[in-house]
Design a protein around this ligand. Structure first.
Ligand code: ADP
Ligand code: MG
Length: 283
């Protein structure tokens, strides 16, 4: 089986998961190439499967990326599929999941063309773009800094980007965020991510903010929420999924569902790259 692992020209050297996954796939008998989605010299139809991994710059050029996914999906098997990517690269999917009764971090969307007057009244909150990754353009504010937050929202709207306002769930400061990783719906491993947003710090200028990652055994309540979220996804048979949960006084809440290009943190879970390889080759 010929597999392409897909990164971006800007992310080639940043993705720690590529080498262990390529090794595991080769040991299991596959032939593997690591290629960038934005390398237009690549012929994707040479591969039996094209697995999205670190296409992390798509947020700056989403229409181009979606067009690439749709085109590539006509030539080979895309994992995850293009319709999943289209749904998952815009955090409006959080509203779909909340409608399906999943516990989602409360999210107020402001669309381009709207005025940010409908600003919610949280004591502490986060402004982020609906299409974003790696904490870029994401910032935490106190209620007293509302004017700066309104400016932030306006900046995003002026760039024709929808914005998202959420209460800051402060339990992340002590307990961290939990990311649960699934292959074909089967739980593989989890990690803890330390809090990322400081009050006194502007948004990151890097492709992603530096993250403090450690291995974590998920709680039963976290596994339950993650399964509920996956069951509510309007697409079946996901090759991979990462469910990011924040702790709250009412239990774990969905912050983000990563079905496009999640880091899978193989280095923190021995055997996990081999599990993903076996899952991919078993399909
Ligand atoms: N509502 C929130 N409460 C607490 N922390 C948050 C909240 N929203 C975002 N964060 C912090 O910002 C990081 C990035 O936000 P996230 O929604 O995961 O967007 P991205 O797509 O950029 O990863 C999270 O990992 C978390 O540390
Ligand atoms: Mg995130």
């Amino acid at each position: 089986m010929k597999i392409a692992l897909v990164t971006a020209i800007a992310a080639f050297a940043l993705d720690d998961d590529l080498a262990p996954l390529a090794d595991a796939l080769r040991k299991a008998g596959a032939s593997v190439e690591i290629l960038a989605w934005d390398d237009f010299s690549v012929s994707w139809k040479r591969f039996d499967a094209v697995v999205l991994r670190s296409t992390w710059d798509y947020t700056e050029r989403l229409p181009e990326f979606i067009a690439w996914c749709e085109r590539t999906a006509t030539q080979t098997r895309m994992l995850n599929p293009a319709d999943v990517v289209k749904w998952n690269t815009d955090k409006h999917y959080l509203a779909d999941l909340a409608d399906k009764k999943c516990p989602v971090v409360e999210s107020v969307f402001i669309e381009p063309g709207q005025t940010p007057s409908s600003f919610p009244d949280y004591a502490e909150f986060v402004v982020k773009p609906a299409v974003g990754a790696g904490s870029r353009d994401t910032q935490r504010y106190l209620a007293k800094d509302r004017m700066a937050a309104v400016e932030h929202v306006k900046r995003l709207l002026d760039q024709h980007r929808a914005a998202l306002i959420q209460p800051y769930l402060a339990e992340v400061d002590t307990k961290g965020e939990t990311a649960l990783i699934f292959f074909k719906g089967i739980f593989s491993h989890a990690i803890r991510k330390g809090p990322l947003l400081q009050l006194d710090e502007g948004p990151t200028n890097h492709l992603f903010a530096p993250e403090a990652i450690t291995a974590r055994e998920p709680g039963g309540d976290e596994l339950e929420v993650a399964h509920k979220v996956l069951a509510a996804v309007p697409f079946k048979s996901l090759a991979y999924a990462r469910v990011d949960l924040l702790p709250s006084s009412t239990g774990p809440m969905l912050l983000e569902l990563e079905l496009t290009e999640p880091s899978l943190f193989f280095d923190h879970a021995p055997g996990s790259a081999e599990r993903f390889a076996a899952s991919l080759l078993g399909s």
